[in-house]
Design a protein around this ligand. Sequence first.
Ligand SMILES: [Zn+2]
Length: 297
Amino acid sequence: MTITNNQDPVLEHLTILKRQAEWTGQILLSSPLTEGAGMKILECAERVSLSPNHPFSPRPITFYCKHRQCPICQWRRSDRTRAEMHQLFNVNPDLADGKWLFLTLTVRNCDTWNLRETLDKMTTAFQRMTRRHFWQENVLGAIRYTEVDVGQAERDTAHPHFHCLLLVRPSMFAGNNYMSGERWADAWASALQEHYIPRVKLERFQGNPGQIRAQVVAVAGYSTKVRADVPNAQWLITTTLQLKGLRLIQTSGVLSTIAPQFNQDDVAEGDRVLPRPQTYPGATFRWDGQSGSYYSL
Ligand SMILES: [Zn+2]
């Protein structure tokens, strides 16, 4: 039986992602430089088991390729990131009483073949900023997520940026050491050592501890979301090569002490054999590439 309607919203969503993954995998397969990654992505979620009644396993049981360019695995990673953040608050409930900022640090878009060098520069600049007096005095811990989008104005360029969750002292949040968005932009510009003022976005989380927690969890998921834009083939192949082996999540300060697991990126580069599920409990489906849908088994 072909699944063509909304019988199960998870399967329906997975179908859309699987189609994107097939497209992504085929493009990467077409280049000898990325064919390993392409093969791996095409194997992702071929056979799927749903166990909707299991409260701890709302996600399908399947083989996940874990490649960072795989839309299915990006979706899973965003979910995992949210779950890990909830876990962090469960173990450290005081964190919800803390002051949190969400900072997005950008640079000018770069050529895709220059992405790795640009990210290296950004990382060096970020580390430089963390050594500055204002940071040392006020920022207790940080989680930095690297995201690379398609350039909006020029589609063949890359838009690398950092999403940063900062746990700060109250005096930086609203007091003597208050940092406005403009001051953050100046600090980032000074650390970057470029001749332009980069765009910086700043959000302060407000509310009771439950609301703070919800906002932190939400932006952690947002920072690891599935890429919304559809890149062209050359963009995809080049950025896959440029990102190979790079770590895209980094913690520092107190958050690296209490959440070292966040540094494990959960990605593979397409040339490693990954374990597959031993059993598929519940309703099981198999992907059919011809029709672009899952069949029940
Ligand atoms: Zn995958």
